[in-house]
Design a protein. Structure first.
Lengths: 205, 608
């Protein structure tokens, strides 16, 4: 007795496999991580000495670029689902063509790249103005929040890129491969969702 | 191994044949939950020993302030103890690192990483944890986090010295050791994240056939709630750690107020406008649930040992389960009772004082149920049971002395005195640690196939119990007299502490006694691996599933998948020949009278 059950198939009474529970628990802890930073943002803003917090984020930040980035991430969430759906359709049809999966996954990774490139231009514009994390607490929380989010984007892209390049498992264990794409997708949607909160809070409010 | 024909995992053939694993794969990079549990437990015990040694140095200083420490004092170097006399900075490092090491590197890894890993999969009848490689990674990340913490003693300026709480702004401007502390903490948080995801998934998914949630042993419930606390409470400390790192390395002002002056120097590299209180909120949002991370696994172990050695079912199993869930939930809303004196305001104080009083209700229910379980039993007084029995009053003293601290008016007098030290050490030292010792004596036969010696066990127990009380009880007296916990000279320069200076000597001698009392344990622990009395698979005539596996259990744990036919504590069932009816044995007449959960569970199980 040494094979671990329910790694791929679902346990009948819970209706879930192990990985699905694992990723949702991980995302729950991520909610607490970003939640603590959002809570800190509120406390710092409310407690800031008069005149030290910008009235609007766009005094420092570039709203059009961030809007474009928002569009990038939302689109990438859509292509991520399409990539998974392409796999599941192949599973249902009993075929194993990866062409559509590859296109959608490549688009997802490319949009992530686009996001990071724009973020690079945003950061360098700040440094060009000599706006650093030490300048004031608005910029401090801006850099910490977007920096941590950026690390999550890089992490998600690494996983997606791996699943794009290394598809060997699709031949040997297709359902497990589809599950991996779904799990990576859940993480990617979370990264997207964090940005959906970051964008209005930092740039618009 | 007969079940292999059912497995459709042809691509994992190499695992099925069990090739002889080399030393590294077997003991260092193992994915077997039992090996990882033992790795955690042994590492945790070593850290407990190290943290204890730091405390011994502090106790020398408090009993003999300004006196050179004979023998080893001179070896610690001029930056710590020039001429054997302790510098205040070094005393602060010892204090901060004693707390950090005992909590994050000693007790939690032993209670959760050690016992959780070793016993939970066995108790739920699983072949392993749900994610064995994550489990291995969790231990290794913990190990490196610990190595960073230990290494920080050798940095210029020494280890972290702003208390285990690392309060800002003091910690923001402390020497480099604080940066190492933060990086080490991020490792430990990552480790506990990997572990807690694994525990919850394992308990939900890998329960044996027939083992419904209300047939789980109480220990599994305790670990289940503990894992949720670790999963959800640690990330805010990670966020706070990242912010404090930014304060230290990037000169941000998250926790830096405006116009701070340190030693006559204006801290003008900081823009200011931050909130030192924010750090305290984020820290205690973790650290109060962390208190329950320390205590819940201990309660779980005590429940197992008590049920086994009273030879009767636990009193109020369901009340215990609901209470542990209640404690887990409430532990997230009591954190600011650590901060009554920060000037948060009376409204917030009143809120947290109320939640603190409420959380004592489920805690008292748990303790009461455990005490009532003793009623009318013919108790077997073996070593695990002695430790479990001692746990009850010790934890009781620790809990009850916490009530005055939870009332914001009484806390004004008691805050930051030795009373606080006495209170939480009663909870954690003769409380949790005794429960962990009970667990070691109880599950050692499962890990090694041999019993620990009873004689050495009793030689370990009785002096430990006496010395623990001689160390911690006088602290209540010192604290109520107003002696601050932060004094580096033991109260020598504090007018109201003069009458109580002798207490420091008493505590120092008792600490030596406690150290000596651990020698029988260490001897027992190593000698019994080879020379202990051989234990059968069911070493204590127990009922839970771990005793269905061979001792020591092989990789994969059970020879055939176990099935749970009944609740976890069917002891002294009327009409049975034996006084125990294991969960894993079919038959045995009508079980669980009045337990409605049973109807679906036991009957749905096909008899093998």
């Amino acid at each position: 007795m040494d094979a671990i059950p329910y790694t791929v198939e679902e346990r009948p009474d819970t209706g879930l496999n192990n990985v699905k529970i694992g990723i949702w628990l991980f995302l729950a802890s991520e909610v607490m991580l970003f939640g603590a930073l959002f809570a800190s943002y509120i406390l710092l803003r409310v407690g800031a000495p008069p005149g030290t917090w910008p009235v609007h984020g766009h005094e420092y930040l570039d709203v059009p670029l961030a809007t474009l980035n928002t569009a990038f991430l939302i689109t990438s969430s859509v292509t991520m689902v399409m990539a998974w759906a392409a796999l599941m359709r192949q599973r249902q049809a009993g075929t194993s063509d990866l062409r559509k999966y590859r296109i959608y996954m490549a688009l997802t990774v490319a949009l992530g790249f686009g996001f990071l490139i724009i973020k690079y231009f945003e950061y360098s514009a700040k440094f060009h103005h000599h706006w650093y994390p030490s300048t004031n607490n608005f910029l401090a929380i801006y850099f910490v929040l977007t920096g941590l989010h950026g690390l999550h984007v890089i992490g998600g892209m690494a996983v997606n890129g791996y699943l794009l390049v290394n598809t060997k498992m699709w031949k040997t264990a297709p359902q497990q491969f589809a599950n991996r794409v779904e799990t990576a997708g859940l993480f990617w949607h979370f990264v997207d969702l964090v940005w959906i909160f970051l964008f209005p809070i930092l740039y618009l409010l | 191994m007969a079940e292999h024909s059912h497995d459709a995992h042809g691509d994992h053939e190499h695992e099925h044949h069990h090739p002889k694993l080399g030393f590294w794969r077997k003991y260092v990079f193992s994915t077997d939950h039992k090996v990882i549990g033992i790795q955690y437990a042994v590492t945790g015990l070593l850290f407990l020993f190290f943290g204890f040694s730091l405390m011994m140095l502090m106790r020398w200083q408090l009993a003999n302030p300004g006196q050179p420490l004979p023998l080893i004092g001179g070896l610690l170097g001029d930056s710590r103890m020039p001429g054997g006399v302790m510098l205040p900075e070094f005393y602060n490092q010892l204090g901060a690192m004693h707390g950090t090491i005992m909590v994050f590197l000693g007790v939690v890894p032993l209670a959760v990483g050690g016992f959780g890993n070793f016993s939970v999969p066995l108790q739920i009848g699983a072949p392993d944890m749900a994610f064995p490689r994550l489990n291995m990674a969790s231990y290794h990340v913990y190990f490196w986090g610990g190595a960073i913490m230990l290494g920080s003693f050798f940095l210029p300026g020494g280890a972290a010295q702003s208390g285990w709480t690392s309060y800002a702004p003091l910690a923001d401007i402390a020497p480099t050791g604080q940066t190492a502390w933060l990086i080490g903490m991020i490792f430990l948080i990552t480790s506990s994240l990997l572990g807690s995801v694994n525990f919850i998934t394992t308990i939900i998914q890998l329960r044996a056939k027939g083992l419904t949630f209300f047939k789980l042993p109480f220990f599994v419930w305790a670990q289940f709630v503990t894992a949720f606390l670790l999963l959800l409470a640690f990330p805010p400390l990670e966020a706070a750690g990242v912010m404090q790192l930014a304060d230290r390395l990037l000169d941000t002002s998250f926790f830096m107020p405006e116009g701070l002056v340190v030693s006559g120097q204006v801290m003008d590299q900081y823009a200011g406008g931050g909130s030192p209180l924010l750090w305290q909120h984020l820290f205690w949002f973790l650290a109060h649930p962390e208190v329950y991370v320390l205590i819940l696994p201990a309660l779980g172990i005590v429940a197992e040992v008590i049920a086994n050695n009273t030879r009767k079912p636990l009193w109020g199993y369901k009340a215990l389960v609901y209470s542990v869930l209640g404690v887990g939930f409430l532990s997230f809303v009591v954190w600011a009772h650590h901060m009554f004196l920060t000037g948060m305001g009376t409204t917030i104080n009143a809120f947290f004082q109320t939640t603190t009083m409420i959380i004592s209700i489920p805690s008292v229910i748990i303790l009461t149920a455990l005490i009532l379980s003793l009623w009318g039993a013919s108790i077997r007084f073996n070593t695990p049971m002695l430790f479990a029995l001692a746990f009850l009053p010790m934890f009781g003293i620790g809990g009850l002395t916490g009530l005055p601290l939870g009332l914001s008016a009484a806390d004004i007098h008691l805050h930051d005195t030795y009373y606080v030290i006495g209170h939480f050490h009663y909870v954690v030292a003769p409380g949790t640690l005794f429960a962990l010792f009970a667990g070691i004596y109880y599950w050692y036969p499962k890990a090694t196939g041999r019993y620990l010696s009873e004689r050495l066990g009793k030689l370990h127990f009785w002096p430990s119990l006496i010395c623990m009380n001689l160390i911690f009880f006088p602290m209540f007296i010192q604290g109520m007299a107003g002696v601050s916990r932060r004094l580096f000279d033991g109260g020598e320069t504090y007018a109201h502490g003069q009458d109580l200076l002798w207490v420091n000597d008493l505590i120092a001698y008792s600490a030596w006694g406690l150290a000596l009392a651990q020698i029988p344990f260490v001897i027992n622990f190593f000698m019994s691996i080879k020379r202990g009395a051989v234990a059968p698979a069911n070493a204590w005539d127990a009922t839970t599933l771990e005793w269905a596996a061979p001792s020591p259990a092989p990789h994969g744990n059970f020879l055939s998948p176990p099935v749970a036919y009944r609740g976890p504590y069917e002891y002294s069932v009327p009409g049975e020949e034996r006084d125990f009816l294991p969960q894993f044995e079919p038959g045995g007449g009508p079980s669980d009278p009045g337990d409605e959960i049973d109807h679906g569970g036991a009957h749905a199980v096909p008899a093998e």
